[in-house]
Design a protein around this ligand. Structure first.
Ligand SMILES: *Cc1c(COP(=O)(O)O)cnc(C)c1O
Length: 491
């Protein structure tokens, strides 16, 4: 029987650093500017008239403050985080360390090509690796997120139809299980959204697809494995059908964990796909920091890639700007370089065997949870899944407890809840992605916790309805917490 997490202790009255402030107390004394540095006189319009209202504390107080804060939230370095779709896997620290190397961290995008050859080579090597992993022909590393990658590709699709057939097409098809960014990107790129109901087995309904395909359809945009964690078995037929109707096919590859080294979007007939380096390729994410969503494409889309394109010219790396059919640049300079460093370091350190191992272990872990949880939880599609498993809290709901309550209770046991109520087509949905980086013991603990919660549904429903009990803040009004967030200390 798992015991509640020792969070209570950690929570113990972390005082706000402003309350610990004592006039005149310091932790760090800036030395006078060394003579070797130029002395710059700021114009008086830029200088402060009064000192900033910063807390005055000793160095150890500041360190303790941040250490305490770091454990008040849930993160992957604290405990299990089986968040479906967003792949909260462990990212080796060595890749962060490499990205912090001064040669990488302090480089400026305004440096000359001659002095940036090393960084350009790194981006070139990463491009080649990602092209190989996806089975595509070309790539842009510019987009800063998955959603931006989607929009970039759709703008290229629009340019392709315009250039090759005289006019862009009107609409893009997505399944009803699509990630929320998909319809948003479609609208942003100037298309209409056509939503396709899934078949009973959770897959694309090929008959329904045939009915909506016509000369207005620019593309089909799908996630594979789909958001139910299932591989689209008819993907070759689906992609053929779209191509025959003159459309293009886009794979939302935000999360490539299940395919690495096993299957490639390019071989399945996709014309473009993005991948989230901040999910699959070792960039910590979740706090809204920088991301990277490169888009890999087939040859026919190459003329439309964002500028500049990285090429090799006379044995030197070179940024090519003069590309008349390009959609233009979608990010300042060349994308988020620090994330490119992490991704290449990760890929090289894993090697091709290691890449395949990631996919195999993420699939095994998800299927282990599927089998172990099937006694207590409804599993709509209880068939072998890929990297994530979708379970439903419908049996618990019939006994008065919603998935929302289960998610909140998990926090008391020190586990981050899975993604809930998505995909929308499964009632009381929990989307669980254990990832490859968790051990058998962690998975077994999670299964015990989930079974304990199922017992609590009958034995202590009030505990569930009022959970969480052991977190620094209790159940929030989520709408106002997101909409009227106030993080100021001084009013
Ligand atoms: C995360 C995700 C996205 C969006 O990626 P962002 O970097 O958050 O914009 C798109 N599709 C799927 C399936 C995802 O999991």
């Amino acid at each position: 029987m798992p015991s509640p997490h020792p969070l209570k202790q950690l929570q113990s009255e972390t005082q706000l650093i402003f309350e610990l402030s004592r006039p005149g107390r310091t932790g760090f004394q800036a030395t006078a500017t060394p003579a070797s540095l130029p002395h710059v006189k700021l114009p008086s319009t830029l200088t402060r008239k009064t000192a900033p209202r910063l807390p005055e504390v000793a160095e150890n107080t500041a360190v303790r403050h941040y250490t305490n804060l770091s454990v008040r939230n849930h993160h992957i370095d604290r405990d299990f985080y089986p968040l479906g779709s967003c792949t909260m896997k462990y990212n080796p620290k060595v890749n962060d360390e490499l990205a912090a190397h001064p040669g990488f961290a302090a480089i400026s995008p305004k440096q000359s090509e001659a002095s940036s050859q090393g960084a350009m080579e790194l981006m070139y090597e990463l491009s080649s690796a990602l092209i190989e992993i996806t089975g595509m022909d070309h790539i842009t590393l510019q987009p800063a997120a998955g959603a931006q990658g989607e929009q970039t590709a759709l703008l290229m699709f629009r340019a392709y139809h315009e250039k090759c057939f005289g006019k862009p097409r009107k609409a893009v098809i997505i399944p009803d299980s699509a990630h929320g960014t998909n319809p948003a990107s479609i609208v942003n790129a100037g298309y209409e959204v056509i939503q396709l109901p899934s078949a009973d087995d959770g897959m694309v309904d090929v008959g329904a697809l045939k009915n909506v395909l016509n000369e207005d359809i620019a593309a089909l945009m799908i996630t594979n494995p789909n958001t139910l964690g299932l591989f689209e078995k008819k993907i070759l037929e689906i992609n053929d059908l779209v191509h025959q109707a003159g459309g293009l096919v886009y794979m939302d590859g935000a999360n490539l964990n299940a395919l690495l080294g096993i299957a490639r979007p390019g071989d399945m007939g996709f014309d473009a796909c993005h991948m989230n380096l901040h999910k699959t390729f070792s960039t910590p994410h979740g706090g809204g920091g920088p991301g990277s969503g490169p888009v890999a494409v087939k040859k026919k889309l190459e003329p439309f890639l964002p500028t500049p394109v990285l090429v090799v010219l006379n044995n030197k790396f070179h940024w090519e700007w003069n590309r008349p059919d390009s959609i233009g640049n979608v990010h300042s300079f060349y994308g988020n370089f620090g994330i490119h460093v992490r991704a290449l370091a990760y890929i090289l350190s894993m090697g091709s065997e290691g890449m395949r191992g990631i996919a195999e272990n993420s699939i095994i872990n998800a299927n282990y949870l599927r089998v172990m949880l099937a006694d207590c939880y409804q599993i709509q599609q209880n068939v072998p899944c890929m990297h994530e498993v979708i379970i439903s809290g419908s049996r618990q709901k019939a006994r008065g407890i919603r998935t929302h309550d289960i998610a909140k209770r998990l926090l008391d046991y020190g586990v981050h809840p899975p993604t809930v109520y998505f995909p929308l087509i499964v009632p009381e949905c929990m989307m669980i992605e254990p990832t490859e980086s968790e051990s058998r013991e962690t998975l077994d603990d999670f299964v015990d916790i989930m079974k304990t919660i199922d017992k609590e549904v009958d034995e202590h429903p009030d505990e569930l309805l009022s959970a969480p009990h052991l977190t620094p803040v209790r159940r929030l009004d989520e709408a106002s917490a997101a909409r009227t967030l106030d993080i100021r200390y001084y009013k």
